[in-house]
Design a protein around this ligand. Structure first.
Ligand SMILES: [Zn+2]
Ligand SMILES: [Zn+2]
Length: 357
């Protein structure tokens, strides 16, 4: 990966809400911001909200909700870049700016690769290194709650993650070896799979990959409902073939079970922003038991290379201040080319020449 994905902490961005605002539901705050943006578009730009490009809508909404810096980053993502000149051959390139917001369509997939990099190898090595597999399982767990039809309050994901921790604490007998990673997510905006479902896809739920003693489903469900103080669901599914090939089972489980959390669950700008606001400042992936603080895999820092001569490009990816980025259209007009895109094209060409991928 060529750049830091960690989100910049933006402490200035969450102004202390006045007492009257505190209890306000996310959906209400959101509706207010949306109507403010619509009015501004009509009065200031003489445009209908619907006519604005999705990115611009997203940026305006973020700003109206108090996330000014995220708004600027989101607006600039992919559409701006910095010039890069190869010191060796003199070719002139540009590199696109990335906002690193988790629900950005350009940046979400990068968070997912980072997640895979962090967990896949350490978990499969751990599982493979255990002296016995008897009496143990590697399983995908899902914890659900009763569906509600509005955007949850940010306290709700926090509460559910706390309950999952308590669930494991109560379920795991003392002295046993177990581990899990879990993540919280919402449903998808497009209901392709379940037409007629409730909650417009807002239903929060938790996915976990678990390794440890076999779980009693009825007991697990009972405990989950008791912790919730409400009805809820709990599912366990053992990962097929994990005893024979833990590496493949872990990879599959991560892709199928966690694939959605990092892929943008949103289609519209409104939904993207609502997710960004709901999860602002919330870490969504956590490790427990022996999956807490897994050994870090060695990261291969892939330097950006010149597609023309192969030399490292002088790319300081941390120095992406707002003033340094300029519109991609302008960079292209200077005759510059997107170095990463060129590199990808060349990689594809090599694959075709080499025959097998
Ligand atoms: Zn070069
Ligand atoms: Zn982005």
């Amino acid at each position: 990966m060529e750049f830091a994905i960690k989100e910049t902490p933006e402490l200035q961005e969450l102004p202390e809400a006045p007492a009257s605002e505190k209890g306000k539901l996310t959906s209400e705050r959101f509706a207010e911001a949306l109507s403010q943006c619509k009015t501004e578009a009509e009065c200031l730009d003489q445009l209908l909200w619907e006519e604005l490009p999705e990115r611009e809508k997203g940026a305006r909404l973020l700003a109206a909700l108090g996330f000014q810096s995220k708004a600027m980053r989101y607006r600039d993502c992919h559409a701006t870049g910095i010039p890069v000149d190869c010191q060796a051959c003199g070719e002139r390139y540009f590199s696109r700016y990335r906002c690193t917001l988790r629900f950005c369509e350009f940046c979400g997939p990068l968070h997912f690769s980072r997640f895979m990099e962090k967990y896949r190898e350490p978990i499969s090595s751990f599982v493979a290194s255990q002296p016995t597999r008897r009496g143990r399982t590697l399983a995908r767990l899902t914890f659900t709650v009763r569906a509600s039809d509005r955007t949850p309050h940010p306290d709700e994901p926090r509460r559910l993650m706390k309950l999952v921790r308590r669930w494991f604490k109560a379920m795991m007998p003392g002295g046993t070896l177990w581990g899990c990673i879990f993540a919280i997510e919402t449903g998808h905006e497009l209901n392709v799979k379940h037409p007629g479902r409730q909650a417009g896809g807002w239903n929060l739920h938790i996915h976990a990959l678990y390794y440890g003693p076999f779980l009693n489903h009825a007991e697990g469900l009972e405990l989950w409902k008791r912790l919730l103080g409400d009805s809820g669901g709990f599912r366990v599914k053992q990962c097929a073939g994990w005893r024979k090939n833990p590496d493949r089972a872990v990879r599959r489980a991560l892709v199928h079970h966690f694939g959605y959390i990092m892929k943008p669950a949103a289609i519209s700008a409104e939904r993207t922003v609502a997710l960004e606001v709901l999860f602002a400042g919330i870490r969504r992936v956590h490790g427990l038991g022996c999956f807490y603080r897994l050994p870090k895999p060695k990261r291969e820092v892939a330097n950006a290379r010149c597609p023309n001569c192969g030399q490292n490009l002088p790319l300081n990816l941390r120095a992406w201040h707002k003033s340094e980025r300029s519109p991609v259209a302008g960079l292209e007009a200077e005759g510059r080319r997107d170095s990463r895109k060129l590199e990808a094209e060349m990689r594809r060409a090599r694959v075709f020449q080499g025959g097998s991928p």
